[in-house]
Design a protein around this ligand. Structure first.
Ligand code: NAD
Length: 477
């Protein structure tokens, strides 16, 4: 496991000793995992120089060659699934059964990227549609942007790296990857797998360490053509302000809402809602944070929802039965405890949960007096969900839209009219009808509006973002 990669930087196809290190510790029990390189500005510079060479190397590969590398990487992930899942569980405390799920998605994401590499093309333009265009011929070609700085969060450290690296390789770009401080090992293991898959040196470079320092250098450097960022609103805003004219995509947070309007199977809706609210301790960008239930279903929904939530198994992420484990850091669990205090002081009612043991926060459901509370209006990114009844459909639409975020929403309804109304009027990047907002497959377009970000992911859509559309015109006149 990570024989070569452990704790080193990956630059120009070499595993390089760092000049400084930090201790990586388990979020679950605080145990020391390993020392990880804390990249210095000089090492970030080396990574950028390497990416400059890498960009020329990947330009020379054919679409088929890029596709084959991605296919091979996907196959290696499949062979090493269990090892990847164990690393993931170790460094971010994702329960092992969900960690395996993330690796299965990673395998698929790289497969989609391998397919997409073979479908990139321009088009011919009907120049004679304009009187002055008669006698001309034109076509477009798509060209890689060059060097992509990929900055990724801790919560899906394999699959969200795949969402940047997969399309970057498919579209012929080189990459400097800065993984989250808490989850460097998954990124280094990814580099090891791509090395084995035959990716030329310099095309992928991994620098681990502090986001503020490394991120700042990458975001400001004029050799970087695009910053693809997934993470918090606060850091995203800083990146946008510093990036100048380089292209920036931001996949940020949310406080996703779910409307339960009508259903023939309330048990199924409850079961899905529990998963959507508490998977990975709510540390999912499209985790359900706000639930609005039609009054006539409200009491039954709440009692079943509470009952099922109380059945979730809490504990060691390595245990096969565990559903919910530690949050990424004690500070995060303490933050959510404070938010809950604020809610209690405003007479909100705690229906279940609410206790913290170290960095493990119980799955918590609250109701009443919620408006203006952080727990309702900000992104919780924790195992906590608010629930409120509504009478009229208009009320539900207004409440779900009453958010500065807009990533995903879910609506359970038997009414086609309401389904289409929700699709049109809910202000988000994606509306899931008869599903939870956290439903995602990896080729669908994905990205938010409002404070949830700019730009789209989902392999085909990221490839679009990572390429320049060049127009070539011929004058035969
Ligand atoms: P974060 O913003 O703290 O960190 C994300 C990355 O940015 C890390 O690699 C970090 O080291 C780096 N970083 C930190 N400071 C930086 C700076 N000044 N300049 C450049 N980079 C810097 O986020 P996190 O805690 O790792 O992840 C949680 C957040 O990510 C949540 O808000 C969540 O909603 C969001 N998220 C969004 C999506 C999505 O697709 N929309 C997916 C997953 C997570």
């Amino acid at each position: 496991m990570l024989k070569e990669a452990q704790a080193k930087l990956y630059i120009n196809g070499k595993w390089q000793e760092g000049s400084d290190y930090y201790d990586l510790k388990s979020p679950y029990n605080g145990n020391f995992i390993t020392e990880v390189s804390l990249a210095t500005p000089e090492e970030v510079e080396e990574a950028l120089m390497s990416a400059e060479k890498g960009k020329e190397k990947i330009k020379k590969l054919t679409s088929l060659e890029r596709s084959k590398i991605l296919e091979r990487a996907s196959a290696i992930f499949e062979q090493r699934l269990e090892e990847c899942a164990q690393i993931l569980t170790l460094e971010n405390a994702k329960p092992i059964k969900s960690a395996r799920g993330e690796i299965r998605r990673t395998i698929e994401t790289y497969k989609f990227a391998a397919e997409e590499a073979k479908r990139i093309h321009g088009e011919t333009i009907p120049m004679d549609a304009a009187a002055s265009g008669v006698g001309r011929f034109a076509y477009t070609r798509k060209e890689p942007l060059g060097i992509i700085a990929a900055i990724t969060p801790f919560n899906f450290p394999f699959n969200l790296v795949a969402h940047k690296l997969g399309p970057a390789i498919a579209s012929g770009n080189s990459v400097v990857l800065k993984p989250a401080y808490q989850t460097p090992l998954s990124a280094l293991l990814t580099a090891e797998i791509f090395e084995e898959a035959g990716l030329p040196p310099g095309v992928l470079n991994v620098v681990t360490g502090r986001g503020s320092m490394i991120g700042d250098i990458l975001v400001r450097d004029s050799r970087v053509n695009m910053v693809t960022f997934t993470g918090s609103l606060e850091v995203g805003l800083g990146i946008k302000a510093k990036a100048g004219l380089k292209k920036v995509t931001l996949e940020l947070g949310s406080n996703s809402g779910l409307i339960v309007d009508s259903t023939d199977d309330l048990d199924e809706v409850v079961a899905k809602s529990v998963v959507g609210s508490f998977a990975f301790a709510g540390q999912v960008c499209i985790s359900i944070q706000r639930i609005y239930v039609q009054q006539r279903l409200y009491d039954e929904f709440v009692s079943k929802f509470v009952e099922r939530t109380q059945e979730l198994v809490k504990g060691d992420p390595r245990d096969e039965n565990t559903d919910i484990s530690a949050m990424i850091h004690l500070n995060e669990a303490e933050r959510i405890e404070q938010w809950l205090e604020e809610a209690k002081n405003s007479n909100a009612k705690i229906l279940c949960g609410g206790k913290r043991e170290g960095s493990l926060f119980e799955p918590t459901i609250i109701t009443d007096s919620l408006s203006n509370l952080s727990i309702n209006s900000d992104e919780a990114f924790a195992p906590i969900v608010t629930i409120q009844p509504y009478q009229e459909w208009e009320e539900a639409v207004a409440m779900i839209n009453d958010s500065s975020y807009g990533l995903h929403a879910g609506v359970f309804t038997n009414s086609m009219e309401k389904a289409f109304d929700a699709a049109e009027r809910i202000e988000v990047g994606g509306v899931m009808i008869n599903d939870i907002p956290s439903f995602r497959v990896d080729h669908m377009p994905y990205g938010g509006v409002k404070n949830s970000g700019i730009g789209k992911e989902g392999i085909k859509y990221s490839v679009e973002e990572m390429m320049n559309l060049k127009m070539i015109g011929f004058n035969f006149g």
